[in-house]
Design a protein around this ligand. Structure first.
Ligand SMILES: Cc1cc2nc3c(=O)[nH]c(=O)nc-3n(C[C@H](O)[C@H](O)[C@H](O)COP(=O)(O)OP(=O)(O)OC[C@H]3O[C@@H](n4cnc5c(N)ncnc54)[C@H](O)[C@@H]3O)c2cc1C
Length: 464
């Protein structure tokens, strides 16, 4: 007998598990097929374990700078295995939390690899090779992604590694080359540098964190150089020779080829979607550039089959996957949700300094023809940042001069990832710059910088 559900979700990451819980709240009988651990990449190999590692690095950095705060910490050091174990423990705890949420919401986990057989039918192959069929009127694909491999950087998990290995190294490498300076690359670069590794970042584009506002990239480069990270931009890794004891990395730059010796190369050049052997071709489900094509409510071209998360076009972020999952099941159950506004998605990077941004960069706003008002407030002028010893960075805001629309916000500094939600909400509510200036922010907080940056845009800044 096939297992019967109203909805079956393939993949239990932040797309899949959130869709499952919301569907259960809305009265559907739900099964979730998962071939690894509940919680997907985000909880097991992405967002959460990296933040645990970064916290260890940050505490270590604090200890090393204890005297800046008038404290004596004595000899500081670390047990690298314990640092990694703490991160794994945090991830395991989060994954167990999903198991608890599934029980609470009467969601049935079906452990194994799922494949579409037909609309309404999924075949699940268990770890022991046995197969069973799961039937459901609605099927959501939420199979996520894995490290992308470049031909010049074949991942061997010894000397050329992806993100999973980077968070489970047995020992601290002496020298590391990080290829790619998106969020994942710079988070690992910061982590390893702070723990004592010699780190070189190689970025193909002219600046690091290239999707961010240019001023944010410049500040990040300055902060990273201050802690001794080497940065090569407009540079490309053309070859990695792993024949010797370490690796010799050949990097093509404007000034010619350079060779860098290191112990390990981290390939952080993005992700590839998990779409193989899912039955997409057999069912004629449309895929373009490695992403499943869907409508505003995540319906594929085959009725009853939906796709969400990293496997559909849009930013590959956990909160995006979750939002898509909720909209998808609310639509399935006839609740008429609003489509997701992809122009109002915050993006965060959790190195020190942190980066948080939403909306258009200054260059994008100008390219789109807006007459802009730009305001910037540096944390060096913030009382809270001074007290915290975290004066690097700033908040930059961009408004449309004509109507006061808040086009974008770009922050770099301590704890800014906790501050960006204010801008997301304000933009959702179509708040103008003047309303932000007149919204009293608590003193002393880093968040005052948002109000001050808005005031700066209108020539009303107080503390500059
Ligand atoms: C190192 C790293 C750090 C990151 N940090 C952040 C961050 O700080 N913030 C943020 O927003 N995003 C972050 N991300 C991105 C985030 O993890 C992803 O955007 C998010 O996990 C995508 O969710 P998803 O539900 O689409 O898929 P995933 O989380 O990838 O989950 C997919 C699940 O499907 C399962 N699966 C795949 N195929 C099958 C199959 N055929 N049958 C059964 N199961 C299957 C997989 O085992 C997996 O568990 C990070 C990613 C990485 C790699």
């Amino acid at each position: 007998m096939a297992l019967q559900f109203d909805l079956v979700v393939i993949g239990s990451g932040p797309g899949g598990y959130v869709a499952a819980i919301r569907a259960s709240q809305l009265g559907l009988k739900v099964g979730v097929v998962e071939r690894e651990s509940l919680g997907g990449i985000c909880l097991n190999w992405g967002c959460i374990p990296t933040k645990a590692l970064l916290k260890s690095a940050q505490v270590y950095e604090y200890l090393q700078h204890a005297q800046d705060y008038g404290l004596k910490a004595g000899d500081t050091g670390f047990d690298f295995t314990a640092v990694v174990q703490r991160s794994r423990g945090v991830a395991d705890g989060m994954s167990k939390g999903i198991n608890f949420l599934f029980k609470k919401n009467k969601i049935e986990p079906v452990l194994g690899t799922g494949k579409l057989l037909a609309p309404g039918k999924v075949e699940v192959t268990r770890a022991d090779g046995t197969k069973e069929t799961v039937e459901a009127k609605h099927i959501i694909l939420a199979t996520g992604a894995r490290s992308r491999e470049l031909p010049n950087l074949p991942i061997d998990d010894q000397k050329i590694i992806g993100y999973r290995k980077a968070m489970t190294m047995e020992a601290l490498p002496k020298r590391m080359v990080v290829v790619g300076s998106g969020a994942i690359g710079v988070e690992f670069a910061y982590f390893y540098r702070t723990m004592g590794t010699e780190v070189t970042i190689v970025e193909f584009l002219p600046r690091i964190v290239p999707v961010e506002d240019e001023e944010v990239s410049r500040q990040m480069e300055k902060s990273f150089k201050k802690i001794g990270i080497n940065i090569l931009t407009s540079a490309e890794v053309t070859k990695v020779d792993t024949a010797g004891a370490g690796c010799t990395v050949t990097v093509k730059t404007a000034k010619g080829d350079q060779q860098i010796e290191c112990d390990v190369v981290l390939s952080a050049v993005g992700v590839s979607t998990n779409l193989e052997n899912l039955g997409l071709e057999e069912l004629g489900i449309k895929v373009e550039k490695g992403r499943v094509l869907v409508d505003d409510f995540y319906q594929t071209n085959v009725p009853g089959i939906y796709a969400i998360g990293d496997i559909v076009p849009g930013p590959a972020l956990a909160h995006v996957a979750s939002a898509e999952g909720i909209i998808c099941v609310e639509q399935i159950t006839g609740h008429h949700p609003e489509p997701l506004n992809y122009q109002n998605i915050p993006g965060c990077t959790y190195a020190q300094p942190e980066i948080a941004s939403v909306g258009l960069t200054e260059a994008e706003a100008k390219n789109q023809g807006y007459d802009v008002l730009v305001g910037k407030f540096p944390f060096s002028a913030s009382g809270k940042a001074s007290a915290a010893g975290a004066k690097d960075g700033f908040v930059k805001v961009i408004f449309d001069k004509k109507y006061g629309e808040w086009l974008g916000a770009h922050m770099i500094g301590a704890n800014v990832t906790e501050m960006i939600a204010e801008v997301v909400v304000a933009r959702k509510l179509e708040t103008t710059g003047h309303e932000i200036i007149k919204s009293v922010h608590p003193h002393p907080t880093m968040s005052e910088a948002v109000m001050e940056a808005a005031a700066a845009a209108y020539g009303e800044v107080i503390h500059l």
